[in-house]
Design a protein around this ligand. Structure first.
Ligand code: KIV
Length: 280
């Protein structure tokens, strides 16, 4: 069995230096974490996307530290080879660095080996505080879903030259503050390529084109386990919603026809007097 993936091993994964692309995917529970780990991913992200993907909320602003810790624990208990990274939810790192370190510690004690947070230069004090508390930090730039209202919706970011230059400055600032990797979401391919080229730490893209040092997708998008229309950047490898509903429909037919459970699916009593329930 290959060695466990660590923060230093991810930090070193630059494609320009000959490394293979980093493979990162979300998981929010034990069986999913076990399945993605068996699939050979490098990083399991307990993303705040669980708000949309499995909890039915319209955006990621609806989960808090306790929600995240609950799911980080479930993923941790799968005992993955992959590195476990937890999203810091909205408002858990926006107030002050001390508050952020306390909140990140809850996620680390639940089983996270690193945390991810959204934002650029404005987050430098928080990133420095986390790193000095020995908590590794993954950055997240571009389309940052916790800023949905500030952005006016989920829109591709850094499309013009000024915004692309600002994104690059943000990437440099959070790298200098100590981030070991940076997620780039919803940005043009040329912008992701320029950032990837200029950072010493790896970039991990989602809707950011092929030049990044790695790629991340939400598990439920990849396996088709949801009802919404997938974004342009999603490639579906299965249709689990259809498979699961067909399986349940087949079972319902068997129950209604009286053919479930069969004799082989039924417990039988043993020994003298077996089969006669106590009466009286
Ligand atoms: O929460 C999440 O799933 C994420 C990924 C989209 C990168 O942040």
């Amino acid at each position: 069995m290959a060695d466990r993936v660590t923060v230093p091993s991810v930090r070193a994964r630059k494609r320009a230096a000959g490394s293979e692309p980093i493979v990162m995917i979300t998981a929010y529970d034990t069986p999913t974490a076990a399945a993605v780990d068996a699939g050979g991913v490098d990083v399991v992200l307990v993303g705040d996307s669980m708000a949309n993907a499995v909890l039915g909320y319209p955006d990621t602003l609806h989960v808090d530290v306790a929600d995240m810790a609950h799911h980080v624990g479930a993923v941790h208990r799968a005992g993955t080879r992959a590195l476990v990274v937890a999203d810091m939810p909205w408002l858990s790192y926006h107030l002050d660095p001390v508050d952020a370190v306390r909140n990140a510690a809850v996620l680390v004690r639940a089983g996270a080996e690193a945390v991810k947070l959204e934002g650029g230069a404005v987050r430098v004090p928080v990133i420095e505080a986390l790193v000095s508390a020995e908590i590794p930090v993954m950055g997240h730039l571009g389309l940052t879903p916790q800023s949905v209202h500030a952005m006016g919706g989920y829109r591709v970011q850094a499309r013009d030259e000024a915004a692309a230059a600002a994104l690059l400055e943000d990437a440099r600032a959070i790298e200098a503050a100590g981030c070991f990797a940076v997620v780039l979401e919803g940005v043009p391919d040329v912008v992701a390529a320029a950032v990837t080229d200029r950072l010493a730490v790896p970039t991990i893209g989602i809707g950011a084109g092929p030049a990044c040092d790695g790629q991340v997708l939400v598990f439920h998008d990849l396996v088709g386990f949801g009802t919404g229309r997938p974004a342009k950047f999603v490639r579906r490898y299965a249709e689990l919603h259809d498979m699961a509903s067909a399986a349940v429909a087949a079972w319902a037919v068997d129950v209604r026809a009286g053919s479930f459970p069969s004799d082989a699916e039924t417990y039988h009593a043993t020994g003298p007097g077996s089969g006669s329930p106590p009466v009286g």
